[in-house]
Write a protein that binds this ligand. Structure first.
Ligand code: APR
Ligand code: PHB
Length: 391
């Protein structure tokens, strides 16, 4: 078998890349180790920057997002028991974010890929990239006990944090940067109307909380919890009680509770791999970097990597120039480090760290006060939150 680009991983990064390449006439095969249902069962963040919206449009997968997604012009910061609105729209000269779940993005991309008749091999086992430092890379895998080889021009490692592509990069050519946070987020999804029209990021003495949403009738809430917590110890009742304790009186009053559809604990991590290209293999999305979810940057970074990779590959196939693919790693990393900085900063600002003393809490509160009172402070938050322009 032969194709132009083998994409490893059918998460949002791999599916988006596959669709964009297809639109540009570049054939590709996606190898995914899990089933389609498993991929769709993962619940992740749900805030899209304009850059991501634009790429989904270009991929022809934006119809349902425009019909059902919720454009948001602001977010709320809750601290000292009060909520303060950050007007993203005004502060950024008319930008906004789109609230639309990653699961739905993935479903839409899967659908357009299936409609286009493109190959995705689900439940591909032992996927392994080879010879990517030569001009003849290939990828091997097993399906139903049969060994397959695909010869290709390029390999795109869109296989997430635990994927095989980064793990296959030569150890002496790769450097990683990492920060692990001493807490996790316990998330709950429920068919209840969101407590507020906009997202609430809450700084409280009991720890951080986030009120997010998927639609007018589906909510997503998070609580900061110690990493030692077990999800089995969190009944729905216990979750709702704790969330109420972290809200202001009005929101507490308005909160509609209900049975959970999903509940899980995710650790928080900052992680970057440099470089993101190894010969004819490129890393994109979570395969190359992780951000803590506080700034909602994970999916958006994956999308912008894919945007750069697609542009570079299109240029290569259409004009023979390797300028775009040569610049890929550097272009991505500039954007990634900005988002890493922002996500780390927002995480540090909003959470209760185990080693913090009263002084540290006062400093967090002073900074939050500065952000909401100062045009410069709130603009800095707003322009990072809606996403910095592509460089
Ligand atoms: N072989 C084939 N597929 C693999 C392998 C492997 N060895 N290892 C992992 N995969 C698959 C996973 O099963 C998964 O479906 O690669 C896919 C990677 O998808 P994601 O983890 O969703 O990563 P990505 O597409 O980069 O999306 C980034 O996900 O975690 C969030 O915050 C993050 O929103 C961001 C988005
Ligand atoms: C979510 O809706 O899951 C979500 C929203 C904003 C974040 C993180 C997660 O910062």
């Amino acid at each position: 078998m032969r194709t132009s680009v083998v994409i490893v991983g059918a998460g949002p990064a791999g599916l988006l890349l596959g669709q964009l390449l297809h639109k540009a006439g570049i054939d590709n095969i996606i190898l995914e180790q899990r089933s389609g249902d498993y991929v769709l069962g993962r619940i992740r963040a749900g805030v899209l920057e304009q850059v991501s919206v634009d790429l989904l449009e270009e991929a022809g997968a934006a119809e349902r997002m425009h019909a059902e997604g919720l454009p948001h012009d602001g977010i709320e910061l809750l601290f000292g028991g009060k909520r303060h609105r950050i007007n993203l729209h005004e502060l950024t000269g008319g930008k906004r974010v789109m609230v639309y779940g990653q699961t739905e993005v993935t479903r839409d991309l899967m659908e357009v890929r299936a409609k286009a008749g493109l190959t995705t091999v689900y439940e591909a086992q032992k996927v392994q990239p080879h010879d990517f430092e030569t001009d003849a890379p290939r990828v091997t895998y097993e399906k139903d006990g049969v060994q397959h080889t695909i010869e290709c021009d390029f390999i795109a490692g869109c296989d997430g944090f635990h994927g095989i592509c980064r793990a296959s990069a030569p150890k002496d050519k790769i450097k990683t940067f990492e920060k692990v946070y001493p807490f996790g987020w316990l998330g709950l999804l429920s068919d209840t109307p969101p407590v507020s029209e906009e997202l609430i990021y809450a700084h409280t003495e009991r720890g951080f909380a986030l009120c997010s949403q998927r639609s007018q009738t589906r909510s997503r809430y998070y609580l900061q919890v110690p990493l030692t917590e077990k999800v089995e110890d969190w009944s729905d009742e216990r979750f709702w009680e704790e969330l109420k304790l972290r809200l202001d009186p009005e929101a507490r009053e308005r909160l509609v509770t209900g049975p959970s559809l999903e509940k899980s604990i995710a650790p928080l991590r900052s992680f970057v791999t440099e470089p993101m290209r190894f010969g004819r293999m490129f890393l994109a999305g979570d395969a190359a970097h992780i951000v803590p979810p506080t700034g909602a940057k994970g999916l958006n970074l994956a999308a912008s990597d894919v945007g750069y990779l697609y542009t570079g590959l299109k240029q290569y196939y259409q004009s023979g120039s390797s300028e775009g693919i040569d610049a890929y790693s550097e272009r991505c990393l500039r954007r990634i480090w900005n988002a890493e900085r922002f996500s780390w900063w927002m995480t540090s600002l909003m959470h209760k760290f185990p080693d913090m003393n009263d002084f540290d809490v006062k400093v967090q509160e002073a900074e939050l006060g500065y952000i909401v009172r100062s045009q410069a402070g709130s603009t800095s938050l707003a322009e990072n939150y809606v996403g910095l322009p592509l460089l």
